[in-house]
Every structure is written in C-alpha cells, then in structure tokens.
Design a protein around this ligand. Structure first.
Ligand code: DOR
Ligand code: ZN
Length: 352
C-alpha cells in the first residue's frame, strides 16, 4: 500500500475561534500539524499584546499543552513545552505605532489585514486603503520584519473581488518593497500571475480551492459547507492554483483557512462563510498530489516553503499517510467538515 511521510506540516492560515469551539476543534489541528498561523478575527479582534498572549495561552490550554506561569506571561519562551503544536500568532491590522510594534514584535508572526466588513468578524478592518495613512505602520512592520497577511477582496461583484484587489497588492508591494506581503487564500489566475510581479509578494492556498469551483458550491443543490470567502471561482482559476501548488512554487504555502461554524449557522437562511477542513486537510492534499504524480512536492508546499518564507523552525513531527480509504465523519462536535460522510482515498496512519 502506498505511503507518504510528511515532516512538520504547517497550516499557515487557520481559524481556531475561542471558548467551547476552540476547545472542541483545536486538538484536530494540533494532532497532525506542527504549527499554524492563527487568525485574529475574534469578537473583539486580537489587537493588543495582552489579548494576543492571552489568546495564545487559551489555545495552548485547549490543545492540552502546558500552561505558562502567570508571572512569566510576557515571555513567549515560557511556552516552549508546547507538545508539538506551535500557534503562530497574528494581530488584527489597524494603524499601530512603532513603539507598540517594537514591543509586540517578538510575540507575533504576522499581522492580518481585513478590508472592513468583507468577511466574518472583519467590521473593524481597513475602510479605505490610504497608503499614506498606513505608511508609518507598514514601514515599521517592514523594519521589524513583521509580514503583512492580506484578505484581498474589494466590495465589488463577488466573482471579481479578488481580481479587483490586484491594484491594491500592486500598490502595497511597490510602495513597501521591504515588507513581506502574503496574499491569503488566493482563488484566481490573476493572483497567480501577480505572484511573480513583485519579489515581496507570497501566497497561501487552501485545499478546498484546489478541489472545487463555483459549480460545486452553487451549480446544483446549494452546498453551504462549501461556501466561503473568497468564493470558489472558475475551473481555469482552480487549474492555475493547482499548477503552482503541485509545483510547490517557492512563494506559495499551504494555508487551510479552515473556518469552523456551528452546524446551525451553516445550514441556515444566511449561511456563514467558511469551510471546515482542518481534520482532513493532509489526507486531501495527498489525494490531490498523488493523483497528479506530485507527492514529492507536497513536503515543500505543506512545510518547507513556509519555513523559509516566515523564517520559522517548527518542532519535529512526522505524519505518515497511507493510500487507504477514510470516511469523513458527519460532524466533529457539531461542526460539519468538507466532504462529510464521503470517502476519500488517503488516511493518516501514524503521527510521531
Ligand atoms: O470563509 C471564510 N471564513 N473566509 C474568511 O475570510 C473568514 C472565515 C471565517 O472566519 O469564518
Ligand atoms: Zn481566513
């Protein structure tokens, strides 16, 4: 039976939520990933050092990692016994001053920018992209080597939102050439083309956007569990994403954008955006890369590229997958995953 081993898999875009949801789903990522970049769109968003450290602690508690001493709270080194899952923390973008950023830089991996109101809990995001207003923050970030992760959608027609945002990426990348900018969860060939236009632009790609197009979401019966932002686009967009993922383009990393919502918020009139893939992401990636004869490139896509882009050094974890059928559960503690009840061709055999 075919086997494939991945070392230190990383999920560079993950929503872990808070409270009971975090307690219920956090362990699913911690089981098979060495670390994940944790999105800050809580209510209220993570915007201060205290909130960031407290949230990191709640994540470590939820995934069963050793808690840090209260007194040692502002020393991230005290989290070192993390049992093999590192939450790489982010702050919610707003204009921050340099003093604040200097003080918090050690504790975070990136800052995540949301256009205001574009997706779940993003109301406090950026209203207009006035680069001169943003300059002090972005220059300080560049100086302190804090990458900027961006949800790149305008408020235009839903299928065009990402393509329309390319002007903003262009302006950001050329005005701040020393700032690392990560185009999050890209879904279009326009974004793929953009990657090589600026040396400081990078991207994450989800597993669902490698598999589905808008047809799968809304072409037949409406599939709420495939509804997310940015919405899946045309087959040719998916093919462009597939090409750079399968080639493990060095500026591209895996980021699941796994975004759990309670079942009643998905199967409702007014479906929340988000696809929940955390527990099946590595299995699906094996299915895709194996199908295209590119399993050898999966290690770079799911870990090595992220390590070099972010300069991170995750703790050792070895995940062995086998080509054996796995039936996706109908729900994980009330959260319905992508492909619930369906059978996929690869499963996790062992994690060391
Ligand atoms: O579909 C999405 N869900 N896209 C996002 O950008 C946010 C996420 C969420 O937090 O639910
Ligand atoms: Zn997200």
């Amino acid at each position: 039976m075919k086997q494939h081993t991945l070392l230190m898999p990383l999920d560079m875009h993950l929503h872990l939520r808070d409270g009971l949801m975090l307690e219920n789903i956090g362990v699913l990522s911690a089981y098979s990933f060495s670390g994940a970049l944790i999105m800050p769109n809580l209510v209220p968003p993570v915007r201060s050092k205290e909130e960031l450290l407290a949230y990191k602690q709640r994540i470590l508690n939820a995934v069963g990692m050793e808690a840090a001493d209260e007194e040692e709270f502002d020393d991230i080194g005290e989290f070192s016994d993390n049992g093999g899952f590192e939450p790489y923390m982010t702050l919610f973008y707003q204009n921050y001053d340099k003093e604040f950023l200097t003080d918090v830089a050690e504790e975070l991996t990136a800052i995540k920018l949301y256009p205001a109101g574009i997706t779940t809990n993003s109301e406090g995001g950026v209203k207009n992209f006035d680069l001169e207003e943003m300059r002090p923050t972005l220059e300080a970030m560049a100086e302190l080597e804090i990458p900027l992760c961006v949800h790149g959608e305008t408020d235009g027609f839903v299928m065009d939102r990402e393509a329309e945002f390319m002007n903003i990426y262009d302006a950001l990348a050329s005005n701040f050439p020393n700032l690392k900018i990560i185009m999050e969860h890209i879904t279009t060939k326009e974004a793929v083309d953009m990657l090589d236009k600026h040396p400081n632009l990078y991207a994450t790609i989800t597993v669902h956007h490698l598999l589905i197009s808008l047809d799968d979401v809304a072409g037949g019966m409406l599939k709420p569990h495939l509804f997310c932002k940015p919405i899946a686009k045309r087959p040719e967009d998916r093919d462009a994403l597939l090409k750079i993922a399968l080639d493990a383009h060095p500026k591209v990393m895996f980021g699941s954008d796994s975004a759990p919502h309670p079942k009643d918020k998905k199967e409702s009139c007014g479906c929340a955006a988000g696809v929940f893939t955390a527990p099946i992401a590595l299995q699906l990636l094996c299915v895709i890369f194996d199908k295209h004869g590119k399993l050898d490139n999966l290690q770079a896509f799911v870990s090595d590229n992220a390590q070099s882009i972010y300069g991170i050094c995750p703790e050792f974890k070895e995940v062995t997958l086998i080509q054996e059928e796995f039936t996706v559960p109908e729900s994980y503690k009330g959260v319905v995953p992508m492909y619930a009840g369906e059978t996929i061709g690869w499963s996790i055999e062992d994690v060391d």
